[in-house]
Design a protein around this ligand. Structure first.
Ligand SMILES: [Zn+2]
Length: 138
């Protein structure tokens, strides 16, 4: 039996790495970098190092955990927030790329985002979500 087969046998029934695991690894690398950057301030450096180890141990615990149902629930919960963050990033990127052609407003009553062509003067806008009407200069 070679190493790959032994590892495969060892990992059978365990959680392994998932989206939350990758996120925890990234957080631990960021904390390690912060610990190195603040090496002159020993209190901060040791705090970041301690946090890094805690996050890393949590990540290792999750990878080797046999309670896959619980780990999948944690991963699903994390993934909801991860997805919201990705959608927000996409929204910011879209607003940035369309900023020369469109102006973006928030509805004063429900805070929905409205996109209006630029240079049309003062317009009365109607929110698609709640029907609220308000005037803005475009
Ligand atoms: Zn609205």
């Amino acid at each position: 039996m070679n190493f790959r087969q032994k590892l495969s046998q060892f990992m059978y029934g365990r959680n392994g790495i998932d989206v939350l695991g990758v996120f925890l690894l990234v957080v631990s690398v960021v904390l390690m970098t912060l610990s190195t950057l603040f090496s002159r301030i020993s209190v901060l450096s040791e705090l970041f190092l301690a946090l890094e180890w805690m996050v890393l141990l949590l990540c290792v615990f999750r990878i080797f955990s046999r309670n896959t149902v619980k780990r999948q629930q944690e991963n699903a919960k994390y993934y909801q927030h991860h997805r919201k963050f990705l959608l927000w990033c996409r929204s910011v990127r879209d607003r940035w790329t369309q900023r020369k052609d469109y102006k973006f407003f928030r509805c004063p009553s429900c805070h929905a985002l409205l996109r209006v062509p630029r240079g049309k003067g003062v317009l009365e806008l109607t929110c698609r979500k709640c029907g609220n009407r308000f005037k803005r200069r475009t």
